[in-house]
Design a protein around this ligand. Structure first.
Ligand code: HEM
Length: 446
């Protein structure tokens, strides 16, 4: 079965060479960011990339971001039946549209409200310590792996009250495998292509979630976490609960894993900035365990995380399909077109950012924040389907990074060249290899 190709002749494109090099880059290095950057600077804010089978239309910059996420939100659908993300998540909030999406969002939101996250805070700290207590002095550690462990333990403990420690090992391969299943690859060009090697992992992950649901049902335990919330709601069947849990499990841990490991990487490459963060953490925490109050005071660390999310937004593009004919800045976008808003290109748009490739956290000080043009900075998307986990993610990232920096010196001896990789999120590959040196501080949360 193949998708219909709409007539988008009026949208500029850079010639077949760019299409070929995008194709080569997707298949070989899983990184088309450089190709997109050069096409953007050649063609401007609206262009299409001719790929075999389809031609995504890229809309870049604040107006485009607003158009896709707010003004035309109802005419630009997320769900694409050919996309493995849809196949895996079924009716998960991320892959639904319109009223159905909004109903799911309404039901899930209380579990990710700021107040709920405040209750999750102690668990976040315990799970962070659980992983970093095992770090040995003077050893090189892959932070991409370590941050995934912390993020997985936290997402399962907070949203489902489940201790995921044992499953870290049991399900590690399956988790990585389903992330591979939903990552860009050759299937983009031919959705019918057989994709063996994933069925068993999907089955094992499904079993895990159905078991959690049935155990909680049997126990009759009531709580305020997401699982309780969904079980109490008569609109949710077991399958629909599984869809939401798996969606939040993936969306809520892989993004945080990338954010945390990119931040540690950038800090390790910028000693002056690292030192300023260390000083702030030391002044604010004053040798004590992080608390919610102290985390809110770590302003510079927050600026560092925001700047990391600008340079390496874990979700670097948003894909949509036009439900009807649309026009953007005079360009006709016929129904059925694939429309993409690029968070990555918007975050490096030279019209809105000076030295766009440089790591400069001061861009996010109060004055710059006040003067920023809306929709130029979109790490969490925008509009009604922006990231539901934004507050969760920011508190979690600040806490984990503050705790690591409080307890360890991190040293990068440049043993590996790090590059962005377009997996399910934009990841630092082959990993972030840092040496950790224990500091002499109190460790009271275990
Ligand atoms: C730094 C970490 C994170 C980043 C950068 C991020 C980014 C995003 C972005 C850009 C979107 C919108 C995608 C689009 O427009 O197509 C999104 C949606 C979403 N995010 Fe996040 N996210 C993060 C963390 C989280 C966390 C911690 C959770 C859950 C606990 C989460 C759950 C979701 C869900 C469920 C959606 C879909 C919302 C909807 O369709 O209404 N995310 N995220």
């Amino acid at each position: 079965m193949h998708m219909e190709i709409p007539d988008i002749k009026n949208v500029p494109y850079p010639g077949p060479e760019a299409g070929k090099s995008a194709l080569r880059s997707i298949l070989k290095t899983r990184n088309i960011l450089d190709v997109l950057e050069s096409v953007h600077s050649e063609m401007g804010d609206v262009f299409r990339i001719p790929l075999p089978g389809f031609q995504p239309i890229f809309l870049i910059g604040p107006e485009a971001n607003r158009f896709v996420t707010v003004t035309q939100r109802d005419d630009l659908r997320w769900r694409n039946e050919f996309d493995p993300v849809t196949k895996l998540l079924n009716n998960g909030i991320l892959v639904t549209d319109g009223e159905y999406h909004d109903e799911l969002r309404h039901a899930i939101s209380p579990a990710l409200h700021k107040h709920a996250i405040h209750d999750y805070f102690p668990k976040m700290l315990i799970r962070t310590d659980e992983v970093i207590n095992k770090w040995q002095d003077g050893f090189e550690i892959d932070m991409l792996v370590e941050m995934r462990k912390i993020a997985l333990l936290i997402i399962m403990d907070t949203l489902c009250d489940v201790d995921f420690s044992k499953e870290l090992e049991n399900l590690w391969f399956d988790i990585k495998n389903i992330l591979k299943y939903i990552s860009p690859g050759i299937w983009i060009f031919n959705p019918d292509i057989p994709r063996p090697g994933y069925g068993r992992s999907i089955h094992r992950i499904n079993l895990f979630f159905y078991q959690i649901i049935s155990e909680r049902k049997k126990s009759g335990q009531k709580g305020t976490d997401l699982l309780s919330l969904l079980l109490e709601n008569p609109a949710f069947t077991e399958q629909l609960i599984r869809d939401q849990l798996l969606t939040l499990f993936i969306a809520g841990h892989d993004t945080s894993t990338a954010t945390l490991s990119w931040t540690l990487y950038l800090l390790s490459m910028h000693p002056v900035i690292l030192q300023r963060v260390q000083q702030e953490v030391s002044d604010v925490l004053n040798g004590n365990e992080p608390t919610l109050e102290s985390i809110y005071k770590l302003d510079y660390l927050e600026m560092v995380i925001k700047e990391t999310l600008r340079l390496y937004p874990p979700i670097h593009i948003g894909n949509r399909i036009a439900a009807r004919d649309l026009t953007f800045q005079g360009f006709r976008i016929p129904a059925g077109s694939r429309v993409v808003y690029s968070i990555y290109l918007s975050h490096r748009h030279p019209n809105y950012w000076g030295d766009p490739g440089e790591f400069k956290p001061d861009r996010f000080d109060n004055e710059n924040n006040r003067n920023r043009i809306p929709y130029t900075y979109m790490p969490f998307g925008g509009g009604h389907r922006n990231c539901i986990g934004m507050a969760f993610a920011m508190i979690e990232a600040k806490l984990i990074l503050a705790r690591i920096i409080q307890r360890f010196n991190i040293i990068n001896k440049n043993t590996h060249l790090v590059k962005p990789y377009m997996g399910a999120t934009l990841e630092p590959r082959p990993g972030v290899f840092l040496f950790t040196e224990k500091k002499d501080t109190k460790q009271t949360s275990f």
